[in-house]
Design a protein around this ligand. Structure first.
Ligand SMILES: [Zn+2]
Length: 301
């Protein structure tokens, strides 16, 4: 028996209809909970009382928290893209990677959706996005991410949101930008109070940048959206879009985004300072793995 749950292909042709999306494939996960799932969801889809709905919500959160502990595992009730969508996703991923190469790593962090489409059309080295690719991107953006286990809130309402250059500052040597104001002030404070080994590993991410990261992770996860979302906020849901940033220890490279970061001097100093709030602490209620490197700037969450 194929136990995977797929987002229906109809998703591609039902843009703008969240209700239709939700009624396809996703509710199926509630209707047919897997008895052999390590953390199955309760089959309470017709719960009538508020109390029962509350319990269902509670169990939904607990389920997400448990799965985030072993975030790289596949779970029986995870939600997958269909094969066809996975092929399209790979094509989008490659196109965005070519676009990143064209505009440069730092610029790509800020690029808007409309600019991305325009560059792709204008430069044959990237190539125009196809209608089906655009449909999948837009469907992924409007699709309610809580259906595949990401319980954080959406912070960018529009796929076409733009970032004004006048509002941001490039951080020398990092390839990243920070918003002027609270984010920049906090980063400068950290640079001043911690030793020089503190580096900015990720700053502002436009919706397109987050899309690129999220689909790369989904591609690596064989189309498992739930698994991808345990490590990366889906496009529109990242606080990197509105002010948060990641820090690391100089010389640690990509391991700055792993639990190895916990054993660094920089992490120790951050903890000792006592000023740093993590966006995704251990057992956070959003279904996201512990991210000790992610600095919470935006307090309204
Ligand atoms: Zn982060």
């Amino acid at each position: 028996m194929n136990r995977r749950k797929f987002i229906s292909n109809v998703l591609l042709s039902s843009l703008g209809s969240g209700l239709a999306l939700n009624s396809l494939g996703i509710l199926e996960a509630y209707a047919n909970p897997q008895s052999n799932s390590r953390h199955s969801r309760p089959a309470k889809r017709n719960a009538k009382s508020t109390e029962a709905q509350g319990e269902q919500l509670d169990s939904h959160v607990k389920d997400a928290v448990n799965k985030a502990k072993d975030f790289e595992l596949d779970y029986a009730d995870d939600i997958y893209l269909s094969k066809r969508q996975s092929v399209l996703l790979r094509s989008i991923l490659q196109r965005l990677t070519r676009l990143q190469r064209l505009v440069g790593y730092a610029n790509f962090n800020l690029i808007s959706y409309d600019s991305a489409l325009l560059y792709a059309k204008r430069y044959s080295v990237v190539g125009q996005f196809t209608k089906r690719e655009i449909a999948l991107i837009e469907a992924l953006f409007v699709f309610d991410a809580s259906n595949y286990g990401f319980l954080g809130k959406k912070v960018s309402d529009n796929l076409t949101d733009t970032i004004a250059r006048k509002d941001v500052k490039k951080i020398a040597g990092s390839g990243h930008y920070l918003y002027k104001g609270d984010a920049l002030k906090l980063y400068q404070k950290l640079k001043k109070e911690l030793n020089s080994d503190l580096i900015l590993t990720s700053g502002i991410r436009s919706v397109v940048k987050q899309l690129h990261l999220f689909i790369a992770k989904t591609d690596k996860s064989a189309g498992n959206l739930s698994r991808a979302a345990r490590s990366l906020a889906p496009p529109g849901h990242s606080f990197h879009g509105i002010g948060d940033f990641d820090v690391g220890q100089k010389g640690l490279g990509a391991a700055n985004f792993t639990s190895a970061f916990i054993n660094t001097d920089i992490h120790q100093q951050l903890t000792d300072l006592g000023l740093i709030a993590e966006r995704y602490p251990e057992s956070n209620p959003f279904g996201v793995r512990h991210e000790p490197w992610h600095i919470k700037v935006i307090q309204d969450a």
